[in-house]
Design a protein around this ligand. Sequence first.
Ligand code: AMP
Length: 286
Amino acid sequence: MQVLKDIDDCRRAVLEARKTGGVVGLVPTMGALHEGHLSLVRAAESRCDFTAVTIFVNPTQFGEGEDFDAYPRRLEADLAVCRSAGVDLVFTPTAAAMYPPGVSTRVHVSGLTEGLCGADRPGHFDGVATVVAKLFNILPAQLAFFGEKDYQQLLVIRRMARDLNIPTEIVGCPIVREADGLAMSSRNARLSPAERRQAVSLSRSLFAARDRIASGSRDVGAVISEICIEILRAGRTDIQYVDIVDATTLESLEVIDRPARICLAVRIGGCRLIDNVAVDSPPAAT
Ligand code: AMP
């Protein structure tokens, strides 16, 4: 497994892998790897000849007062995980190499970035879109794998790739959860045992809402209230948003009459956790 910090070395290695007709798959991450990340690696390995993982805690996607400094960093353990997963290349650049003095270009995707996490975290998706565009140029892969765990991010990156004619196919992968339903996240490691117990209310409330919609409920307001009540019942939490949105445009829905996503963000202690589930529109009432 190659472990590269240098941008030119990395591009050369990817181009070399493609030279003989190989399909390269890219898995961008911020490290502290868990089963969710590994599911993307496995998806890449199943469709590609060469799998590249990037590990970079991207400073430009964290706002002031957010957890950039506290974000877990475990490079040696991550490299061991990648090695045993059969990854071919890991790119671990420094922030100085990614953002040398004088950098003055940012990628902004409008529309999709305005609601949900975009409303809570101004500039966050500019940071994400910019770093991912850079990674697509540094590692010119045919396929890139992203988790539905960050559903808004997945749609933003798809739109960016389409709008900028980036020839990398964006592949979305399902959310991997703990046995009790909590969506896996690098941030879960920072939860205290009590917070970890509260955190399960996020997925539990989403699953209950999905069931309620599947059995015919169309009232978005009532479904959202139920979710909030269940989360607040679990203890002291700070709900950032709960919304039911069109699965393609991310516009808030008043009635669930098309494929939708229920998305939420909740602060528990020092962690901001996000989760979402897909919901189909219920059958028409008879
Ligand atoms: P991160 O390291 O949190 O930036 O995530 C890197 C990639 O892994 C993103 O595409 C995430 O959506 C994806 N990911 C993170 N957690 C999960 C999960 N529980 N299930 C599936 N994909 C995930």
